[in-house]
Structures are given as C-alpha cells and as structure tokens.
Design a protein around this ligand. Structure first.
Ligand SMILES: Nc1ncnc2c1ncn2[C@@H]1O[C@H](COP(=O)(O)OP(=O)(O)OP(=O)(O)O)[C@@H](O)[C@H]1O
Ligand SMILES: [Mg+2]
Length: 339
C-alpha cells in the first residue's frame, strides 16, 4: 500500500491531469459528469471462483504472474519487479474478460473494468479527463485494472471529428502503461490486435494469446456447462464435442443453456434437442468433420442410419462404409491430424 502511494507521487503531471476533478479521497469509482455513468465497473469475485478453462501455456503464464505477486519480496531481493502489465489477445468469447476477473480474485483484489462507453459518451473534450479520473482512482488502492476492448480507442481514430480527442486518450494510456505502479496490475484485452498502436503494444510487459478451444477443452466445456444436467446428456457428450468444433466457449455455453432450458420446460427430449442442433450445425462443418459426426451419431445414439443420414446429410452408403471400417477410418484421421 505504502509503495503504491509513493509510486503515484512520482508521476509527472501532463496537461490532462490538471483537469482531473476528483482530488478528494473517495472509494466510490468516478462518474462521467454529464451522463453520471460510472467510468469503472467493479467486480469483487470470491477466491474460490471457478477456474476458467485455459490452455497449458496460458495457465503457466498466469500462474507465474500470480506467483510474482505472492512472492514480490523474493523478487525485490533480486532487484526485480513483478509483471505490471499484460495484454490479452484473442477472438470473442474465449475468456479474456473472465480470466481478468479470475486473476483479480486470485490476488484478492477488486477488478475495475474501464467502461470506454462511459468515458467517451461525455462532452467533447472531457474524455481525457474522464480517463485520467478513472486511472487515478485505480492507482489509489491495490486492484487489477482492465482496459477492456482497448482497440475501441484505436478504431475510432479513423473518425475525423474525434482525432484530436482520441490521440490524447492514446497518449494518456501510453504514459500510464509506462508508469503503472508495481503494486497494481494493468490488464488490457482486445480481439483486434492489428488496430493497436504499435507504441502501445510494445509497452505491455506480457502478451497472452487466447485461442479457440482445442477438442479436449471443448469436451471439458460441454461437461462444465451442462452442470447438474450432465447425467441427462451423458450419451451425447462426444457428439456435442464434435458438433461444437471451432466454436468459442461463450457460443458453447449459450447453446447448452438453451438445451437445458428446453429440457427443463419439457419442450423437447434430449434426443430431439440434439438432433435439431446437429442439423443446424452440420451445414458449417467440413465434409470430413460431417462424416465423423455422422459415424459417431450412428454408433452412439441408437438412431438408425437412415435418421443419421437425414440429420447430417451424409449418405447412408458413406456412413455404412465408415462404420464398417472403423479401424481404417481412425488411422486415416490420425494421419490427417499429423499432416
Ligand atoms: N476459458 C473459458 N472457460 C470457461 N468459460 C468461458 C471461457 N471463455 C469464455 N467462457 C464463458 O463465456 C463467457 C464470455 O467470455 P468472456 O467475456 O471472458 O470472453 P472474451 O474473450 O472477453 O470475449 P470478447 O472479446 O467478446 O470480450 C464467460 O462469462 C464464460 O461464461
Ligand atoms: Mg471481453
């Protein structure tokens, strides 16, 4: 805490700082003067919050980041600081925001998420002041600050009327990433890395790349999102895993929630729900993935080959051929995987 305040005192004051309205100590996050919208969203998750499903690489990076914080004295004795800033990059719905919440919970500090809409919706010329107010508030106590969808600032730079304003925002952020106190952790997230200012990019201590889930993780996600309904859908797990290939966690969660609601209301049986879902999914699958799904359905669902063909659009001949020649098809798919 002490260290926190001291590092703040070293900050130089740029032109935008002078206008910062919140000089008085307060524990309420600042608001936009005009709209009264809060500039920061606050999350205080409990330490035993469920672990996000992450790749081993991301898990390792985050564990180190957390350990650096827990053992900062040890780092200090070697003249080192813990990682102060990191940027999460990756497609929508793969856990960037969720992971920021989880990291904050693990560190036992609140997560503040900068709400760019509130920052930008203000009177022209006040965005910089708002941004300063939000960042200054976050620097006052130990927390994780997330600049979510940070590309929104960069993206808006193409809009002529906003150019001056947005340039100033980027300048503020550049300065802050450089000077962020070691007791805080500054995170940013984006699914448009190509829009991020390269000067900003360089300033983050750590870049973590989130990817679409691997098949094994899709399976874990399907099971997790089924929750207490898992036994009801147990025989569909492999089929669902295959059908969700290439989907994000949030897409998988949304579809599974839909099944669970329908089942709870008695709108359809599990078999009907799954069949309808597969029908809608197969159109976007590659031919080989479609065949594999059809074969899996034929083997695991007790559906006739006729129905499977109906649902997947794969001919009965093809299904028969692959089911009869299971061993051959497995080694073929292994070869494809290796290629
Ligand atoms: N890795 C994951 N493990 C478990 N659940 C996940 C994971 N990723 C996403 N989810 C589910 O999807 C929801 C949305 O994820 P999140 O908001 O973290 O995605 P994001 O990567 O920040 O997406 P965006 O780029 O659109 O902001 C989460 O609240 C969670 O329910
Ligand atoms: Mg997000």
């Amino acid at each position: 805490m002490d260290l926190f305040l001291r590092s703040k005192a070293h900050r130089s004051s740029g032109p935008l700082r002078k206008a910062t309205p919140i000089a008085a100590p307060t524990h309420e996050p600042p608001v936009d003067d005009e709209s009264r919208l809060s500039l920061l969203k606050v999350f205080r998750d409990s330490k035993d919050q469920q672990h996000p499903l992450l790749s081993i690489e991301i898990e390792d990076s985050l564990n180190q980041l957390i350990q650096e914080r827990h053992q900062s004295a040890r780092l200090a004795s070697s003249g080192l600081n813990p990682t102060r800033s990191a940027i999460f990059v990756g497609p929508p719905g793969v856990g960037k925001t969720l992971t920021a919440r989880w990291v904050a919970a693990k560190l036992g500090v609140p997560l503040y998420v900068l709400d760019l809409t509130a920052v930008m919706s203000s009177l022209l010329g006040r965005s910089g002041t708002n941004l300063r107010a939000a960042l200054d508030f976050a620097k006052r106590s130990p927390c994780v600050l997330l600049l979510d969808e940070i590309d929104a600032i960069a993206k808006r730079r193409s809009d002529e009327s906003d150019v001056g304003e947005l340039k100033r925002l980027v300048t503020v952020i550049l300065q802050e990433v450089d000077e962020w106190p070691v007791t805080g952790l500054l995170l940013a997230a984006t699914n448009h890395p190509e829009l991020i200012d390269s000067a900003l990019w360089r300033r983050f201590d750590l870049v973590i790349e989130f990817k679409m889930p691997e098949p094994a993780t899709v399976k874990a996600a399907v099971k997790r999102f089924l929750g207490p309904d898992l036994p009801l859908f147990a025989r569909w797990i492999d089929v669902l895993t295959a059908a969700f290939a290439g989907k994000s966690f949030s897409d998988i969660e949304r579809d599974i929630q839909r099944f669970r609601r329908a089942l709870a209301l008695g709108t359809g049986s599990d078999a009907e729900l799954i069949q309808e879902f597969i029908k809608s999914r197969v159109v976007s699958l590659e031919r080989q993935a479609r065949i594999e799904l059809a074969v899996m359905l034929a083997k695991e669902s007790r559906l006739s080959q006729h129905s499977v063909s109906d649902i997947t659009g794969v001919s009965r001949d093809t299904i028969r051929k692959y089911t009869a020649d299971q061993v051959g098809s497995r080694s073929a798919s292994r070869k494809r995987g290796a290629a």
